[in-house]
Design a protein around this ligand. Structure first.
Ligand SMILES: Cc1cc2nc3c(=O)[nH]c(=O)nc-3n(C[C@H](O)[C@H](O)[C@H](O)COP(=O)(O)OP(=O)(O)OC[C@H]3O[C@@H](n4cnc5c(N)ncnc54)[C@H](O)[C@@H]3O)c2cc1C
Length: 279
């Protein structure tokens, strides 16, 4: 039963949101509430106050070119945006089910910092920049520097995540794969976000990011190193054994996660090689 009686500060502009954040740094931010309401219901958080951002329209919406996403953009917004990469839109369609996609936001997924958060490897793969704002100013933090430990982020107590910036490259190929128990309403056992750039048959850039295999989403640096500077070779997937040390938990075993992580990377690389044998 929900017993939270904390006062709710509801804001409708970014300036108001930042002023309220500075005035109440111990308040918990509410965006779509699809994570927070669960924690409140369980009693695992008991905030002294809540800062409700939902009415802050400035933080909603995705630029026409798909390069800037407001933190309050929902998964439905992402899934329907024609300029966003297909892999990111695929990712959006795997978050929960339509009810959650209509309410859950990208900012909530990023700041909630669950190692199983579906989108987190995608932001790593895309080298996304997170815009963090406070009354002190605005700073950009790369996704690779944002998740510091289990559910620990680089966000300061007076900051809000306001936008996500992407700089897509025309030659990049992005890939997303979630392995869960069902097609909907499933927490991932392994999730892969990946990006490749291949020039004249040689891999010039690779990002391979995984979720649900460590306390934070991680880059598989050994796999990336095995790919770059060579023709595309699916055997690079084997290097993931040096990148991850997953644990057994209620959703899966460490062995399963190790095997499946290598399998999803290998399958992606084989598909990429088959798509363009000449490159
Ligand atoms: C039934 C169900 C199914 C789900 N399925 C999935 C799934 O398949 N995959 C998945 O990844 N997740 C899933 N989730 C989790 C959740 O829906 C997502 O993480 C969603 O994106 C959270 O967004 P939100 O706006 O609802 O976050 P909220 O609950 O509003 O906030 C989450 C956290 O982020 C903080 N926060 C939110 N926005 C900001 C901001 N702009 N600045 C600073 N702090 C902020 C909040 O204080 C809170 O700590 C599921 C949840 C439910 C209830």
């Amino acid at each position: 039963m929900l017993t939270c009686t904390a006062p709710v500060h509801r804001v409708s502009t970014l300036a108001e949101a930042l002023a309220q954040r500075a005035a109440h740094p111990d308040a918990t931010v509410l965006a779509g509430g699809t994570d927070l309401m669960v924690f409140l219901e369980l009693g695992s958080v008991n905030p002294p106050a809540i800062l409700d951002l939902w009415g802050c329209t400035e933080l909603r919406g995705i630029s026409e070119d798909g390069h800037t996403l407001g933190a309050l953009s929902t998964w439905t917004d992402v899934a329907r945006h024609p300029a966003l990469p297909a892999a990111l839109r695929d990712c959006a369609r795997t978050v929960g089910a339509p009810q959650i996609q209509n309410r859950g936001t990208i900012g909530g997924n990023i700041v909630n910092a669950s190692p199983a958060g579906d989108s987190l490897p995608m932001w790593l793969a895309m080298d996304a920049q997170f815009e963090l704002a406070s009354v002190r100013g605005v700073r950009q933090v790369p996704a690779s520097a944002f998740w510091l430990g289990y559910r620990k982020t680089a966000l300061a107590a007076d900051e809000l995540l306001t936008r996500v910036h992407l700089r897509p490259h025309a030659d990049d190929r992005l890939h997303y794969r979630k392995v869960g128990t069902r097609l909907a309403q499933a927490i991932s056992k392994v999730v892969l976000g990946a990006r490749l750039r291949v020039v004249d048959g040689v891999v010039t850039e690779a990002r391979v990011a995984l979720g649900s295999v460590a306390p934070t989403p991680i880059r598989a640096h050994h796999v990336e190193a095995a790919l770059v500077g060579r023709p595309l070779d699916a055997a690079a997937a084997d290097a993931v054994a040096h990148d991850i040390a997953p644990i057994d938990d209620i959703r899966s075993t460490a062995d399963y996660r190790r095997t499946v992580a290598a399998n999803v990377i290998r399958a992606w690389l084989r598909d990429e090689a088959a798509r363009s044998p000449d490159r």
